[in-house]
Design a protein around this ligand. Structure first.
Ligand SMILES: [Zn+2]
Length: 460
């Protein structure tokens, strides 16, 4: 490896199909990077969700080791979940190891960097920054320096699951431009050896516009005013990446990655409705209208299991000694879980047709399961269906997401592209995983891999 400078550009949710195929001819900068570098699908973490995926990528640890099973996680003695933040990351990330070796680093907009923490350089919190007076930069003086230059910081797009598509598009473009502007400023003024940026606008764009840009979406209309927005937004990203590459120069290695992919969302499987139908979950009264599962309405002594929805379902047993009103004795756990698993594997929709279901127990997949792991993790129809936690829907499969208009679900494969700065030219590669990113970055700097981390170094 030649140069010891590197920029990692994270495009949250960018799928191989759009970057490598559909929009490639409109993205000369990314295409050039692929032509003179190494690229391929990047298998996401389990689960393939922003939190934990970026943290898995940057630490070489699986979600169980991190104790992060989604954006929200359970806390002891409660059945509710709490939103994760940067304080929940208790392992080193790649910029910590680089900093220890004397490299100057800049971590910009990476999920789970709020509150910002000391690094050997700069950190700007990502979209989970709570706003207001909460700090969003390390060191704090950087906040004023950046706002003088780009105006008030835009961490995320407000209300992106709504029908105001033209407003959402304008907000996404403004935010993306601002983020890349900040990245250019930090690169030029602070001269880090390693800089990483994550653009969340790509994820927001997919959730808002997928139905309109993907002809394979079941509710896609051939004629719609937003049809070309995908090509337009990806061209804008490519132009911004091109500017950053030009500022970086030939000797800087460039890596472009995503944390997971995207695919058309066909609807959702109402997992708590299913648990009710199968007798695992009891409510004290039937909800009058569809809505989130109200834990105050659950008849806990008569409940064996309940679930949290999202991109996948997390099923929790109502375990005696662990839950506030646990009903399942510890010696019954194995039997109940096996039975539940068998029934789930034969789940059917409202028309009696089989729904393909992937069920995993955390200890079968993770090296460790820290924090509060679910008892079962369930993916529906290869991620064509979300898991819907709401009850009162009266159906097992519904068309819409229960958290607002949404056309896209996450998919297993994200992207990896790297080139420049002496990165080996391998062309298209197969089998890359999200855990490979940290050893590969460290490899590019000629550093040995820290003990215990997952993944393969693609510079070797
Ligand atoms: Zn993501």
């Amino acid at each position: 490896m030649g140069g010891k400078r590197m920029i990692v550009i994270g495009l949250d949710c960018a799928p191989p199909r759009l970057v490598f195929d559909r929009y490639r001819n409109g993205m000369p900068n990314l295409a050039a990077l692929m032509d003179r570098g190494t690229w391929g699908n990047l298998r996401s973490s389990e689960p393939p969700i922003t939190v934990p995926a970026w943290t898995c990528m940057l630490s070489g640890r699986d979600a169980g080791e991190l104790g992060l099973y989604g954006f929200r996680n359970r806390v002891p003695h409660e059945t509710r979940l709490r939103l994760a933040n940067g304080n929940d990351v208790r392992v080193k990330r790649v910029w910590d190891w680089l900093g220890e070796q004397g490299y100057r680093v800049a971590a910009l907009f990476v999920p789970l960097t709020s509150p910002p923490t000391p690094v050997r350089g700069q950190m700007v919190s990502g979209f989970m920054w709570p706003g207001g007076d909460s700090p969003w930069c390390f060191p704090r003086e950087l906040e004023g320096e950046l706002t003088d230059c780009v105006g008030p910081y835009r961490a995320d797009v407000e209300d992106f699951r709504s029908d105001e598509l033209d407003r959402i598009y304008r907000d996404i473009v403004t935010m993306t431009d601002q983020h890349f502007e900040i990245a250019e400023q930090v690169w030029n003024r602070k001269q880090p050896d390693f800089m990483m940026i994550v653009e969340i606008g790509v994820d927001r764009f997919h959730h808002a516009f997928w139905r309109h840009i993907d002809p394979e979406h079941p509710r896609h209309a051939d004629v719609n005013p937003w049809k070309n927005r995908g090509r337009e937004y990806y061209q804008l990203l490519d132009a911004r990446i091109g500017r950053l590459c030009a500022a970086a120069g030939e000797d800087t290695a460039i890596m472009v990655v995503s944390d997971h992919g995207a695919r058309a969302m066909h609807g959702g499987f109402c997992i708590n409705e299913w648990l009710i139908q199968k007798g695992y979950l009891s409510l004290r009264e039937t909800p009058a209208a569809p809505g989130p599962l109200d834990h105050a309405l659950v008849d806990w002594p008569r409940t064996t299991a309940w679930a949290e929805g999202g991109y996948y379902a997390r099923i929790f047993l109502n375990l005696a000694g662990r839950e506030p009103a646990g009903a399942v004795a510890p010696d019954r756990v194995r039997g109940v879980r096996d039975e539940l698993r068998r029934e789930l594997e034969y789940a059917r929709n409202d028309r009696g047709e089989r729904v393909p279901v992937l069920v995993r127990a955390p200890e079968e997949y993770y090296r460790q399961a820290r924090g509060f792991p679910p008892d079962l993790m369930v993916y529906f129809d290869e991620l064509k269906l979300r898991a819907i936690g709401s009850v009162g829907t009266g159906r097992l499969v519904v068309e819409a997401n229960d958290s607002g208009p949404d056309g896209c679900n996450h998919d297993w494969d994200g992207i990896l592209i790297m080139g420049g700065g002496g990165v080996p030219v391998r062309g298209r590669i197969e089998g890359a995983e999200i855990y490979d990113v940290t050893p590969t970055i460290l490899g590019a700097f000629g550093l040995a891999r820290p003990p215990g981390i997952l993944g393969r170094d693609w510079t070797l």
